[in-house]
Design a protein around this ligand. Structure first.
Ligand code: GZL
Ligand code: ZN
Length: 327
């Protein structure tokens, strides 16, 4: 049984990231193995697949007993999974919230059960800071800013149809998801510095390849003079490439493409010249998550926010990086 470090309720400072849970006994085996319940978003993209593998492999490495569920991108399924972990009285709960809002009730239940929660990948929008002990994930606003900055820096080559304006169509991620909201915000905050750049159309492709393809097919019908596609992830960018090629156009030349993630399929398209720039979003959160979980269970101080390291890739850099790419 994990001995939860019990402290008098009055000194439990959940918000500061110091957590000494007081509540029921952990569901762990007698040998002190930590049990973690992880409620994953789904399997919607190459990024998610790499993220799940990192979490599962790292749990094994760390000797953490992992219970893992895939919510098929539905919030109600994630909430159900978290409730089941509370029922099983796991030692720690972690999840990537598919959307930012609607989590307070179930996180209150976890708090009442004395089970610490670690957020990974995406953030929740809550007033109650005590509902989770740490958030490990990328800075999505910065990712959008990097994408916008590359477009501004290369504006001279981006007005493909030569009409004097750079007309961008945007493939947004899942409506209400932190990466979709923040990547849009970051991108727009940078491109507003160049009055020739504007977003002519913007719609969600739900982070999937099929979603990106369908929305791009519609944009190719409804929008004239598309110069650039800004896709919130590689998978939607890859779907857009299919639509652009089906329309007899050359992706990366007739229409420039900027995406975010830098998963293998995206990097391959970048190296092949079908995508022009990718901002990396690192999915390999597993090792840091397991380290945070161990610290939380041991009652050690953990940072409230851990921002993942990540970079950007041009076509030349992708060709160099591909052979040794982990995901
Ligand atoms: C970002 C992650 C996003 C990826 C998409 O951290 O939440 O969800 O960018 C994935 O590929 O579907
Ligand atoms: Zn133009």
């Amino acid at each position: 049984m994990i001995k939860k470090t019990l402290v008098a309720a009055s000194v439990v400072a959940l918000g500061a990231g110091t957590l000494s849970a007081c509540g029921g006994d952990g569901a762990s085996a007698d040998d002190g193995t930590i049990t973690m319940g992880f409620a994953q978003v789904g399997a919607e993209s190459g990024w998610r697949t790499a993220n799940s593998a990192s979490i599962q492999d790292s749990a094994e490495e760390a000797g953490i007993d992992l219970k893992f569920t895939d919510a098929q991108q539905k919030q109600e399924n994630q909430i159900k999974a978290i409730r089941s972990y509370i029922q099983q009285d796991v030692d720690v709960i972690s999840f990537s919230p598919v959307v930012e809002t609607g989590w307070d009730a179930v996180l209150q239940e976890a708090k009442r059960a004395g089970i610490p929660v670690i957020l990974t990948d995406r953030a929740v929008d809550t007033e109650d800071e005590s509902l989770y002990v740490s958030f490990l994930g990328s800075d999505f606003v910065a990712e959008g800013e990097k994408a916008g900055q590359w477009l501004v820096d290369n504006a001279g080559d981006m007005d493909v149809d030569g009409d004097g304006d750079i007309n961008v169509v945007e493939l947004q991620g899942t409506t209400g998801a932190a990466p979709a909201i923040d990547r849009k915000e970051g991108f727009e905050s940078v491109i507003e510095s160049d009055p020739t750049i504007s977003i002519g159309a913007s719609q969600t492709g739900d982070f999937t390849r099929d979603g990106g393809k369908q929305v791009m097919e519609a944009f190719l019908q409804s929008e004239d003079g598309i110069d650039v596609v800004y896709a919130h992830n590689d998978d939607m960018g890859l779907g857009a490439i299919e639509a652009i090629e089906a329309a007899g156009l050359v992706p990366g030349e007739d229409i420039k493409i900027i995406t975010i993630d830098a998963v293998k399929d995206g990097m391959t398209a970048l190296a092949d010249g079908k995508i022009n720039y990718i901002v990396e979003c690192n999915p390999l959160l597993g090792p840091q998550l397991m380290d945070l979980a161990q610290k939380v269970i041991d009652g050690e101080e953990v940072p409230r926010r851990v921002v993942t390291e990540e970079t950007t890739f041009t076509q030349e850099q992708a060709a160099e990086a591909l052979p040794t790419r982990e995901y």
